[in-house]
Design a binder for this molecule. Structure first.
Ligand SMILES: Nc1ncnc2c1ncn2[C@@H]1O[C@H](COP(=O)(O)OP(=O)(O)O)[C@@H](O)[C@H]1O
Ligand SMILES: [Mg+2]
Length: 327
């Protein structure tokens, strides 16, 4: 068996007609960290729910260690662990009780359930605070508690749906370390994220998902290499100036586009291109060179930024807040 997780043409149409997942196929090899990277609403959670047998596919099927998520749900559930995007731990219960009860739900007798709860909490660095109510945990601790709950039965395949959503950089990095350490124990991990840095830092392979479809798949470095070459960022005084320069460069055969105050020029090799490019540029505030990243892969494929929806939402919240303050 080559794939620990294999999705074959998964489709989910929600009642009301939303086609959330539109023919998704991929193969996650044993022991690898595989990321589904995509913006809000791309279909990541829906895909994970189908793989975790919580949602029945409209069509298609998926196999966990060769077991069908449609026809062998019981077997699949024993093989997988899921830390869902929406927290499931109980606020009013201690960290310990949350994990212990989870172990009992998996059918372990009290003694073994205690051992497993202790192991899982210790693994996630929560043993010291296990007696406290979950409600008192920080965001990072709460996410680690969810993962502790999802690993009590030592699953071979672990689904982590946006495990670092809303966490600060430090807690995020801490979690990355724990996720890597689970992989070292041989756990196959599917994680979803809309953080490009996260997918890049953690994954052996990434599938970029947008509007329910996978639009690119491969090792992060491979995907980036497909874009070809370096980027020269020319920062201008205003978007208007950037627009004008991008037009001039494009007319001379450069692959240039304006993005805000910046003109981004795609070149094979920045060191070779700069001496030819620089004389064409007037009034630049700054010129930088970068190697492209996954964010740019997404931009190139969709013409949108990964975080665009989210930023729009943030600016909406800001406007609402500003209005309230003004009143
Ligand atoms: N229970 C539901 N009923 C109807 N539409 C849904 C439901 N859950 C999600 N959707 C829609 O399906 C699409 C994919 O959602 P989701 O899988 O949550 O995306 P992601 O996890 O990538 O943000 C979105 O357009 C979302 O609004
Ligand atoms: Mg989601």
């Amino acid at each position: 068996m080559e794939c620990a997780v294999e999705a074959r043409g998964l489709v989910k149409v929600y009642p009301g007609g939303v086609r959330a997942v539109d023919g998704v196929s991929f193969c996650i090899r044993r022991g690898e960290i595989f990321s589904l990277l995509g913006p809000n609403g791309a279909g990541k959670t829906t895909t994970v729910k189908m793989l975790a047998t919580l949602l029945r596919p409209t069509s298609g099927d998926a196999y966990i260690m060769g077991r069908s998520v449609v026809r062998e749900r019981g077997e699949v559930r024993r093989l997988i662990g899921l830390a869902p995007q929406d927290l499931t731990s109980d606020d009013e219960m201690s960290g310990w009780d949350n994990v212990y009860i989870q172990a009992r739900l998996y059918g372990y007798p009290p003694g073994e359930a205690r051992e497993r709860a202790r192991w899982a909490l210790e693994y996630m660095g929560l043993l010291d605070v296990a007696g406290r109510k979950a409600a008192t945990y920080s965001g990072g601790m709460r996410r680690r508690l969810e993962i502790a709950m999802s690993i009590v039965h030592r699953p071979s395949v672990l689904f982590l749906d946006e495990p670092t959503l809303g966490l600060d950089v430090q807690s995020r990095r801490h979690l990355w370390g724990l996720i890597r350490s689970l992989r070292r124990e041989g756990v196959t991990i599917l994680l979803t994220t809309h953080y490009m840095e996260e997918a890049e830092a953690l994954s052996d392979r990434v599938a970029i998902i947008d509007h329910g479809r996978i639009i690119a798949e491969g090792a992060p470095a491979e995907l980036v290499a497909r874009l070809g070459g370096d980027r020269v960022h020319i920062v201008m005084g205003s978007p208007g100036e950037a627009e004008r320069l991008a037009g001039e460069l494009a007319a001379r055969g450069w692959r240039a586009r304006a993005a805000g105050r910046e003109v981004v020029v795609t070149v094979e090799n920045a060191a070779e291109a700069l001496p030819r490019l620089a004389p064409l540029v007037r009034g630049a505030r700054e010129i930088r060179v970068s190697r492209p990243n996954l964010e740019e892969v997404f931009l190139e494929l969709t013409g949108r930024s990964l975080r665009e929806g989210e930023e729009a939402l943030d600016s909406f919240r800001y406007r609402v807040l500003a209005r309230r303050i003004r009143r």
